[in-house]
Design a protein around this ligand. Structure first.
Ligand SMILES: C[C@H](O)[C@H](O)[C@@H](O)C(=O)CO
Ligand code: MN
Length: 419
């Protein structure tokens, strides 16, 4: 450990102690946080099916920075490298379209556990677990902008089969890693213009999901979640799986709800929703993203909303009930740097929250002393937080400061530039 980092940490520890905060406890708490790092940042949500379909479903990766992962080996090596710069042991969030096709084309309604075994083998020593996502986009059976809510039974059946098979695969990952695999259903179905029948697609989506979820899986292996959305590109006027739809669906079916920070009106914050959802749900999932004017999926920065999300998670004292996933994809910058920046920021925000003297602040609030509440919260923003972060990174054997970027540049030169 560098002498400077140790000395700065000692000073910070005293400063926090004067507010009744134990930095050692905060560091221990941070060690237990396992983030589900999304595979799709590495190749701009391309996947390895090579089915000839472009990215669709109302999401878009913009930019053409060189070095995108083009095959499963490249993606794994990029993830490994990114993880070596992120403190802690984390999970991988895998989409079904990232299958190992074992040398032949495999359509979505044909995927099996065997197409994901190599992910489990590769991840065994490296990961805490693998979470999963059926892929309901970038496919010719999404041609009308509808999948599970399509009026054509054959189209629905295709996607129902996909959903069922994905549950089997998620349960397999749960078993392999001895930790529940969160299986997140995001269904992009919607209309560009205002529909005259809003109800029928929602009825069909309900029926299709019910068919997918017919089979019970042990909850120690896998938990399903459903992710709502306000709109997507080409589905600006109506999304079948809206927030209200899934709040009702998930609650009535014992599923988790997934809150994506980009899936609401621009001034609507998910940090505000977490405490309400936890009152009624046993578990939940988060997709931490950064919407810039729309669901743009920018790399997560250490902004006010991220810090507020982290505080809500910590204050809830329900961390073990909350799966925290990342969801962004920026193709205009080094993709590994994108992962590292976003994941480190999320962890920094968590540490910031663990360093809050929550009990004291809540007491002030209960006494209606809103002046002190504001004064302390502002003071906390300039406490020597970074000294604790650097100390933590050194303990976890990852670069404490910006030197991680030198390593990324070297990898860019040695590996990415040769692709
Ligand atoms: C690729 C992901 O499944 C996707 O980003 C989804 O979670 C989403 O947020 C769509 O807007
Ligand atoms: Mn999402």
């Amino acid at each position: 450990m560098s002498i400077n980092i140790e000395a700065e940490y000692k000073f910070a520890k005293e400063q926090y102690a004067s507010l009744g905060v134990d930095t050692e406890t905060a560091i221990q708490a941070l060690k237990s946080i396992s983030v589900s790092i999304h595979c799709w940042q590495g190749d701009d949500v391309g996947g390895f099916e090579h089915n000839g379909s472009q990215l669709s479903g109302g999401i878009q990766a913009t930019g053409n920075y060189p070095g995108q992962a083009k095959n499963i080996e490249q993606l794994r090596s990029d993830i490994e490298f990114a993880m070596s710069l992120i403190p802690g042991k984390h999970r991988l969030n895998l989409h079904a379209c990232y299958l190992d096709n074992l040398g032949g084309f495999v359509d979505r309604d044909q995927i099996e556990v065997k197409h994901f075994e190599s992910w489990a083998h590769w991840g065994r020593e490296r990961l805490q677990g693998i979470d999963f996502n059926p892929t309901f986009f970038a496919h010719d059976k999404f041609s009308d902008g509808l999948t599970l809510s399509h009026p054509d039974r054959a189209v629905r059946d295709f996607w129902i089969e996909h959903g069922r098979r994905c549950r089997e695969i998620a349960a397999y990952f749960g078993k392999q890693f001895n930790t529940e695999s969160a299986n997140n259903f995001w269904i992009p179905d919607g209309f560009k213009d205002v529909p005259v029948d809003r109800a029928a697609p929602r009825e069909r989506l309900t029926e299709s999901l019910d068919e997918i979820f017919e089979k019970d899986y042990p909850k120690e292996l896998t938990l399903d979640s459903v992710e709502s959305k306000l709109f997507g590109i080409g589905a600006e006027s109506y999304t079948v799986g809206s927030h209200e739809f899934y709040m009702g669906y998930a609650l009535s079916r014992g599923k988790m709800i997934c809150l994506d920070s980009g899936h609401f009106h621009p001034t609507e914050m998910i940090s505000e929703k977490i405490s309400a959802i936890l009152l009624f749900y046993e578990k939940m999932l988060l997709h931490v993203s950064r919407p810039v004017r729309w669901d743009s999926d920018h790399v997560v920065t250490l902004n006010e909303e991220l810090i507020e999300i982290a505080h809500e998670l910590v204050r809830s004292r329900r961390l073990s009930d909350i799966h925290i996933g990342l969801d962004f994809f920026d193709a205009s910058i080094n993709r590994i740097a994108a992962w590292v920046i976003g994941a480190r920021n999320l962890l920094k925000a968590m540490l910031f929250a663990f360093l809050e003297p929550t009990k004291m602040l809540q007491e002030k609030e209960r006494e209606f002393d809103f002046t002190s509440r504001l004064a302390y919260r502002e003071e906390l923003k300039t406490m020597p937080f970074n000294a604790v972060w650097k100390y933590y990174c050194e303990q976890m054997c990852v670069p404490a400061g910006i030197s991680w970027l030198d390593e990324v540049r070297q990898y860019e030169k040695d590996v990415l530039s040769k692709r």
